[in-house]
Design a protein. Structure first.
Length: 273
């Protein structure tokens, strides 16, 4: 009974938190901000994956053949404008197809990154930066070429996740990462009755006893008002995945993990004019 009351208390707290954050957008441009905003109730969200142009055929582009194979092949292309790099294409596995596009602001800081992890030539993840720091990550996790997961960051730390778990364009899952000391800890709530709001009795605390975490693990976040503190360390996963229908049940394992940033070979600097 105590555990059930605790979960219900967490649910009510998360409902109030999500309601307070409904109008938040974490982006550097108006287009990205519009895509990131939490629509009210059952309004659909823009889930299109849109590639930002990067003219790799520009006359100012600097092409790098990492292995020196010749034939005009380039594994890294620096697209320049006025002596500054504005975007970069990287072919990580050297198969002739772009894997990463990186875009830079006027100060040379990264402002956007598009990554293709399944080698199909289309972006699976778009990361937006503000003043060089990550603010928003939009992900496609179920191979339908539509964004279904929005991760929000503050001071470089993941604090909130919103998911469309059934592909209808409507947010039906909310994650709150409440423990800065353990990024795997989160409180997850779902919308089961399709009213556009998290259901209090759907809450799963990934670092709570109901999740099956071992006793004596590292302490978690501060407890919600009226709730009993209890936050052992989570088992390995807080990636995008819907919790099951039972309030105390754990979400199923997440899709295959994706790196937050693709490694980029250090290219040669563009020749000075």
């Amino acid at each position: 009974m105590i555990q059930r009351a605790r979960v219900r208390g967490l649910g009510l707290l998360l409902v109030m938190t999500v309601s307070a954050l409904q109008a938040v957008a974490c982006s550097t441009t108006e287009a990205e901000a519009d895509k990131a905003k939490s629509p009210a109730n059952n309004q659909k969200r823009d889930t299109a994956i849109v590639h930002e142009p990067c003219d790799t055929n520009s006359s100012e582009a600097v092409k790098v053949d990492v292995k020196g194979r010749g034939g005009g092949r380039a594994d890294i292309i620096h697209v320049m404008r006025g002596g500054k790099e504005i975007c970069r294409m990287v072919d990580l596995n050297m198969d002739g197809k772009p894997d990463v596009f990186i875009y830079y602001d006027e100060q040379g800081r990264e402002r956007r990154r598009e990554q293709d992890f399944d080698r199909d030539g289309r972006a699976d993840e778009i990361t937006v930066y503000e003043n060089g720091q990550i603010k928003l990550k939009m992900r496609e996790t179920n191979f339908d070429d539509k964004i279904d997961t929005w991760d929000y960051y503050e001071n470089g730390r993941l604090v909130k996740r919103e998911r469309d778990s059934d592909g209808d364009g409507i947010i039906d899952q909310w994650w709150s990462f409440n423990n800065p000391a353990n990024p795997k800890c989160a409180i997850v709530a779902s919308d089961r009755n399709a009213d556009g709001k998290p259901d209090p009795d759907s809450v799963v605390d990934l670092c709570g006893e109901s999740y099956g975490a071992p006793k004596g693990a590292a302490p978690g976040a501060a407890p919600a008002p009226g709730a009993t503190p209890n936050a052992p360390a989570a088992s390995a996963s807080a990636a995008a995945s819907a919790p099951t229908a039972t309030p105390a049940a754990a979400p199923p394992p997440p899709p295959s993990a994706t790196p937050t940033a693709a490694p980029v070979a250090s290219p040669k600097q563009p020749p000075k004019k």
